[in-house]
Design a protein around this ligand. Structure first.
Ligand SMILES: [Zn+2]
Length: 389
């Protein structure tokens, strides 16, 4: 009998935990979330600099999971801040603890050959139902091929890597290689894994980048890291932007044409300006000492226009610009997207790249000639991500 009661207790306590999938409300911050859940805000103030910055990465509309007990107390919250990292707040005795957890996802590599019937964008979308793949393909070829000249029966072959989480596409796919056949001419692109940029078969950079580094800096004091293991904290950390060290007061310029959507304080990021650009991109400029007068939310800015000045507002150890770049709300590495002067690989980097692309080109050729027409079927993916959020 005792045994039975014990089991009943366990079962009922499990069932009283309610996990809710929610969308982060506009205007809420990490601190307001703590307040709403009666959690001491020391949890935030005792965090280290990098973690405070991560807390400022929570964006309106971000997915988060909330687990509450039958008393309505928060037991655990998991808040997505990037493609790979989520913040975890969990009840520990009478108090709460902060941690970070990697987001579990599956990764598949697919190669598809798509005959052109209307336009590359539309045909990729119709075949794969993956609009991010269509966007990334257009971006990758933006500096080299004019799709206007494509005709019926021309083809596109793409080898790409896609992340899948909870039965849905997760984040921007990685195009590994692609070939566009227009009449009898072939145009290849290959992603160089070392710098994340696209090159042709001769090692010449192809993509036209519309972002420019937003200031003249002294050095990069902290690079972008999606996720790295911290052996002492025993958990993952991340830095979702590039820190450019520069003297206080140095002018900060808009990285591209766009429109200001945020201008104000943002937690650990201090004085922040956010600018939206075409194709779902957004840039963030943090720790500013002051903003350029005359600019407000809604103002249009040109590439290179001064928007503010370097400072140390928010959590910052010395004057620097934290520069963030987002695609559809998710942080991506700005280093892969800003224009660099060197556009041709040389020396060993070139040798290594050409060897690698030779194999890929052959593979694409075979796929183009004998298309398997296998398109990613989300239902077929063994869903380890379904087991864990
Ligand atoms: Zn930073």
């Amino acid at each position: 009998m005792k045994y039975l009661i014990c089991i009943l207790l366990i079962v009922s306590s499990l069932f009283s935990l309610e996990v809710k999938k929610l969308s982060w409300p506009k205007g809420d911050t990490f601190l307001t979330f703590l307040q709403e859940n009666n959690i001491d805000n020391k949890l935030y103030f005792n965090l280290e600099r990098e973690d405070k910055e991560l807390c400022s990465e929570i964006r309106a509309g971000a997915t988060y999971y909330e687990t509450k007990n039958d008393k309505g107390e928060l037991v655990q919250a998991l808040i997505e801040v990037s493609e790979e990292i989520q913040l975890q707040i969990y009840k520990d005795g009478d108090g709460y603890k902060f941690s970070t957890l990697p987001i579990i996802f599956d990764e598949v590599v697919e190669t598809v050959t798509i005959p052109i019937t209307s336009s590359p964008y539309q045909d990729i979308l119709n075949t794969t139902s993956n609009s991010e793949l269509a966007n990334e393909f257009i971006r990758a070829y933006s500096g080299s091929v004019n799709f206007k000249y494509m005709r019926k029966n021309d083809t596109i072959t793409i080898k790409y890597r896609q992340r899948i989480r909870l039965g849905q596409y997760h984040g921007t796919p990685d195009i590994i290689s692609a070939v566009v056949k227009i009449r009898n001419k072939e145009y290849f692109i290959f992603k160089n894994e070392d710098d994340g940029k696209y090159y042709n078969e001769a090692g010449k950079s192809l993509t036209s980048y519309f972002f420019k580094i937003p200031l003249t800096y002294t050095r990069i004091s902290s690079p972008f890291t999606r996720k790295r293991w911290h052996p002492i904290l025993k958990r993952y950390r991340a830095h979702l932007g590039i820190d450019y060290a520069a003297p206080r007061g140095r002018a900060i310029h808009s990285a591209a044409d766009g429109r200001i959507v945020f201008r104000g304080r943002k937690g650990g990021y201090g004085n922040v300006i956010e600018i939206v650009h075409k194709n779902g991109y957004k840039t963030l400029y943090a720790h500013q000492s002051r903003f350029k007068p005359g600019l407000r939310v809604g103002s249009r800015v040109r590439q290179g226009q001064t928007i503010g000045y370097v400072g140390t507002t928010g959590v910052s150890t010395g004057p620097h610009l934290h520069f963030g770049l987002y695609k559809n709300g998710r942080a991506i590495n700005p280093a892969k997207m800003v224009r660099v002067t060197k556009s041709i690989l040389s020396g060993n980097a070139k040798k290594k790249f050409l060897k690698y692309t030779k194999v890929l080109a052959k593979e694409l050729e075979e796929e183009r000639k004998n298309p398997t027409q296998k398109v990613l079927d989300l239902k077929e993916i063994p869903n380890k991500s379904l087991l864990k959020v």
